[in-house]
Design a protein around this ligand. Structure first.
Ligand code: AMP
Length: 396
């Protein structure tokens, strides 16, 4: 069996796959670790259990996971040795990690050297690996990076026009995120089209609470909308997306804000929430916009405008576009956003069938109209499966 782990600062997601990855044997989410209201949802054998109890730290969370998998009434593992390997999500691999890798002492040291790029996320990812080494000794661990897929970006896409020493000596560059999702979705889209990924220029729109627009040419990421950090590019739930950095100097020097206050604005108070003043949740923003709330309508228009503009830019960067792919919470579920994004892209050959666009939930992933020159697809993302695939590949 293959176990996947996605360990955040206050959450732990796990999924247990059969050896051939054909079946999901168990899965769980442990949330609010170290906070009030901690809970665990565990699914196995067609049943679901919910546990509410104090979960003080990651160590306690891993104990609960191990107990759920091995000792509870839902136990699916008789002995830890039935787990062949464990795949871990890591947010930031810097420019050290260009692909998924088997964990060794050296890899752990390199992973620690990347903490400076993702101080909120990487420590939790590292803690997850250490917990597994402790609780499942002798079982190989594999680490899969959100940034690795984007390491193929050419220099003109990943080097900022800042003093070159910042890039060369300090690693200040575009890294990109959501790479595991984009890689999975790009391959799945090529499979759906029955075309080799090597022949395709695609734009993948990962539209969730975080947003990545990714240019994928020949199966390789050649440009991506997130950068050194995770608030540039397209506006997100609470993150600003692209804006003039001169505003930061203005907020600090003229308005007397601290850098922490500005950081909170950029990451937590902007995007759909900042413009609408109501919510970071697209469902709420869409509903209120339809009811006539002008700020919600504007938040929605800004969101789709930036996506459309980025798709146009990436079609130019790739000198063509064969497929446009929507994924993640908004991309998979929000027909309004897909429709509004595509409405301005006729010039590129994108044309969707509005009837089919409304039927995606009924299993109609190809929403292109018959006349379209570009295939527009809706592909559910599955980062856990991608992690499991890489884990199996590395074992063999
Ligand atoms: P994710 O980060 O991929 O879980 O996506 C979260 C985002 O997906 C939130 O903004 C949700 O509002 C949005 N979302 C989920 N379901 C829907 C839906 N049916 N319609 C519109 N947005 C949705």
């Amino acid at each position: 069996m293959i176990l996947t782990i996605n360990c955040g600062s206050s959450s732990l997601k796990y999924r247990l796959f059969s050896e051939d990855l054909a079946a999901v044997i168990a899965s769980g989410l442990i949330a609010r670790i170290g906070e009030a209201g901690a809970y665990c949802e565990h699914k196995a054998q067609g049943r679901q259990a919910e546990i509410h109890q104090p979960i003080p730290d990651q160590d306690a969370a891993f104990d609960i996971m191990a107990d759920n998998l091995m000792h509870s009434e839902f136990a699916v593992i008789g002995d830890p040795s039935e787990i062949t390997a464990i795949g871990h999500r890591a947010v930031h691999g810097g420019d050290v990690f260009v692909a998924s890798t088997l964990v060794s002492d050296e890899v752990m040291a390199q992973l620690r050297s990347c903490i400076r790029f993702a101080p909120l996320h990487n420590p939790a990812n590292i803690a997850g690996i250490e917990e597994c080494q402790k609780k499942f000794p002798g079982i190989p661990n594999v680490v899969v990076f959100d940034t690795a897929f984007h390491q193929t970006m050419p220099p003109e896409a990943h080097v900022y026009a800042l003093p070159y020493e910042l890039y060369e000596k300090h690693g200040v560059r575009r890294y990109g995120f959501h790479g595991t999702s984009c890689r999975y979705v790009a391959q799945a889209a090529a499979d759906m089209l029955s075309r080799p990924i090597e022949d395709l220029s695609m734009v993948v729109c990962h539209l969730g609470n975080g947003v990545t627009i990714d240019a994928v040419k020949g199966g390789r990421s050649v440009d991506t909308s997130l950068g050194f950090g995770t608030f540039c590019g397209v506006p997100m739930g609470t993150r600003a997306g692209e804006f003039d950095p001169a505003i930061i100097f203005h907020l600090v020097k003229e308005m007397g804000m601290t850098i922490e206050e500005v950081e909170a604005i950029c990451y937590k108070k902007s995007g759909l929430l900042g413009v609408s003043g109501v919510s970071n949740d697209m469902r709420e923003v869409e509903k209120r916009a339809a009811e006539g709330d002008t700020r919600c309508a504007l938040a929605l228009e800004i969101f789709v405008y930036h996506i459309r503009k980025t798709i146009g830019a990436y079609a130019a960067a790739m000198n063509g576009l064969d497929a446009l792919v929507f994924t993640a919470g908004i991309g998979e579920n929000c027909a309004t956003v897909r429709s509004k994004v595509c409405a301005g892209l006729g010039v590129l050959g994108v044309q969707i069938d509005e009837g089919i666009n409304g039927m995606v939930r009924d299993g109609h992933p190809n929403i292109s109209s018959a006349e379209a020159r570009v295939a527009t697809l809706v592909v559910p993302t599955d980062e856990e499966r991608m992690i499991a695939i890489d884990t199996v590949d590395l074992l063999h």
